[in-house]
Design a protein around this ligand. Structure first.
Ligand code: SF4
Length: 462
C-alpha cells in the first residue's frame, strides 16, 4: 500500500498543531445567540483562546472565566462557578445560555459541575433571578484527551442534547456546518437558497464578519437561537458537513428522534460539493437548479485553466482539522496534485477507519503518509532531515515558520489564520470555495515562480 497511515512515533509534542478541548467548546458557544460561556479553570484557558479567536476574526466577542486560583485548585472550585454565574447574569441582563466549560484542572480536581448547576437552578436562579430564562449547560472538555476538534464536537452535541425537544415537524433541515468561517456560512446559505431549502444553520458565526455601524463599537455574537436548537428535534433531516465537528450531534438526533441523517463529506472541491447538493436533494426532495449547474460550470472552467499547466504533480503537505485536511487532500487529488503528507493533530483512533482515509489508501498511486497525533516537527523533520520535497504547504498560520524557514510557499487555510488579511471572509466550501482555493494555490505558486525565477516566463505566455 503506497499510502501509509501511522501514529507519530515519538512521545511528547514539539509545536502542537491543535490547542485543547475547551477551545473547541468556546468556538461552538460563540455561535449561540444570547450566550456567554464560563470556562471553569484558570484564566489562561480563556485568555489565550479568546486571543486566538479574536486574531482570526479580527473581532471582539465575550467569554467568561471562573478564574480558579490556588485555593480552588486545592480545595475545589465549585464556588467560583456559583460566583461567576451570578456576576455574568448581573452584568449581562440579556444572556440566557451559559455553558459551563470544564478544563484540565477542574476535571482533575473533580469539581461536580452538574451538582453546581442543580444548586444554582434550585437556589440562585429562583431566588435572585425569578422569571428570567437562564440555561446552565455543563460541558466536559478535559484537555488531556482529544483536542479543540473533539471539544467542538462534544459541545455541539451537548447544546443540541440540552435543547432539542420533539413537538411538531418543522419541515426544516438541520445543517451542522462544523468549524467554518463566516465566508463559508455565506456560501452554504447561498447554495441552500438556490435550492429553495429552509434550513437551520447551526452554530452560525456569519456575523463574526461584523460591520462597524453608526451606533458604535460592535461585539460579535452567533446567530443560532434557543428556538433553533429546540427545533432540531423536529427537522426533516440533518446534514452534518464534518464527521469530527458536529458528527456526534447528528448521531444523537438520529438515535433519539429518528431523524434521517447524512454525515459528510466536507463540501470542499467540485466532487464533494456535488455530493453535498445530492445529499440536500435526498433529504429534502428539492431539485438541483440550473443556476447551480452554471456555477459548477464556472468553477470547472476556472480549474481547467490551472490544473494541467500549473497544479499537476505539485507536492503538498496539509495539516489542520481532520475534515478540512481530508477535504483539501481530495480536492488536491482532483486537481492532479500530489498530497504527500497529511498531519492530523490528535490521537482520535477513528481516523484510521475513516472511509475517506481508506479510499486514499486504496487509490493513491504514489508514496503518501497520513500521520495521526502529529505535531509540526513531523513536517519540519521530514523537510530538513528526511528529504521530503514540497511545492506547497496548506494549513493554518501556526505553521508559517516552516514555510518561511524552508522557502516553501504556503496557502493559509483553516483555524487560526491571522497573518493574512480577510481570510475568514472567503469560503473554502462549495463551488465558490473551489475557485478561491485553486486560485489561491495557483497565485501563491506564481509568486514563488517569479521570486525564485523558476520558469516565470510561462506566466508571460499563459
Ligand atoms: S491545556 Fe488545560 S490549562 Fe491549558 S488552556 Fe487547555 S484547559 Fe487550560
Amino acid at each position: 500500500m503506497l499510502c501509509q497511515v501511522k501514529d507519530k512515533e515519538r512521545a511528547g509534542i514539539i509545536n502542537p498543531i491543535f490547542t485543547c478541548q475547551p477551545c473547541g467548546a468556546q468556538f461552538a458557544s460563540i455561535g449561540v445567540k444570547d450566550c456567554i460561556g464560563i470556562v471553569h479553570g484558570g484564566q489562561g484557558c480563556v485568555m489565550f483562546v479568546r486571543l486566538l479567536i479574536s486574531q482570526h476574526f479580527k473581532e471582539s466577542f465575550e467569554i467568561a472565566s471562573s478564574s480558579v486560583h490556588e485555593d480552588g485548585a486545592v480545595f475545589g472550585a465549585c464556588g467560583r462557578v456559583e460566583q461567576g454565574v451570578d456576576v455574568l447574569l448581573m452584568r449581562y441582563p440579556d444572556v440566557k445560555v451559559v455553558p459551563i466549560i470544564s478544563t484540565c484542572l477542574t476535571e482533575v480536581i473533580g469539581d461536580d459541575i452538574e451538582g453546581v448547576v442543580r444548586k444554582l437552578n434550585e437556589g440562585l436562579l429562583k431566588e435572585k433571578y425569578p422569571g428570567r430564562e437562564v440555561h446552565l449547560i455543563p460541558i466536559h472538555t478535559p484537555s488531556f484527551v482529544g483536542s479543540m476538534v473533539s471539544g467542538y464536537d462534544i459541545a455541539v452535541r451537548d447544546f443540541v442534547k440540552y435543547f432539542s425537544k420533539k413537538t411538531e415537524p418543522s419541515g426544516k433541515l438541520n445543517l451542522l456546518t462544523g468549524w467554518v468561517n463566516p465566508g463559508d456560512v455565506t456560501a452554504l446559505k447561498h447554495l441552500l437558497a438556490e435550492m429553495d431549502i429552509d434550513a437551520t444553520v447551526l452554530f452560525e458565526i456569519e456575523a463574526f464578519d461584523s460591520p462597524i455601524m453608526p451606533s458604535g463599537n460592535h461585539v460579535s455574537h452567533g446567530d443560532t437561537s434557543i428556538e433553533d436548537l429546540t427545533g432540531t428535534a423536529n427537522a426533516l433531516g440533518t446534514l452534518a458537513l464534518n464527521r469530527y465537528e458536529g458528527g456526534k450531534a447528528a448521531e444523537y438526533l438520529a438515535n433519539e428522534f429518528d431523524i434521517p441523517t447524512i454525515i459528510g463529506p466536507t463540501p470542499i472541491g467540485i466532487r464533494n460539493t456535488d455530493t453535498f447538493l445530492k445529499n440536500l436533494k435526498t433529504l429534502t426532495g428539492k431539485a438541483i437548479p440550473e443556476s447551480l449547474v452554471r456555477e459548477r460550470g464556472i468553477a470547472l472552467d476556472a480549474l481547467t485553466d490551472l490544473t494541467h499547466m500549473f497544479l499537476a504533480d505539485k507536492r503538498v503537505a496539509i495539516y489542520g482539522n481532520p475534515d478540512l485536511v481530508i477535504g483539501l487532500a481530495e480536492f488536491c487529488l482532483d486537481l492532479e496534485m500530489k498530497p504527500k503528507l497529511l498531519l492530523l493533530g490528535d490521537d482520535n483512533p477513528n481516523y484510521k477507519n475513516d472511509p475517506r482515509i481508506l479510499a486514499l489508501q486504496e487509490n493513491v498511486d504514489y508514496e503518501m503518509e497520513v500521520i495521526t497525533n502529529a505535531d509540526f516537527w513531523e513536517l519540519e523533520n521530514r523537510i530538513k532531515n528526511e528529504g521530503l520535497e514540497l511545492d506547497l504547504i496548506l494549513g493554518h498560520s501556526k505553521g508559517r515558520f516552516i514555510s518561511i524557514d524552508n522557502n516553501i510557499p504556503m496557502v493559509r487555510v483553516g483555524f487560526p489564520t491571522y497573518d493574512r488579511a480577510g481570510l475568514y471572509r472567503h469560503p473554502v466550501v462549495g463551488y465558490a470555495g473551489a475557485i478561491w482555493l485553486a486560485e489561491q494555490m495557483a497565485n501563491t505558486l506564481f509568486t514563488d515562480m517569479e521570486y525564485k525565477k523558476n520558469k516565470e516566463w510561462i506566466l508571460n505566455v499563459w
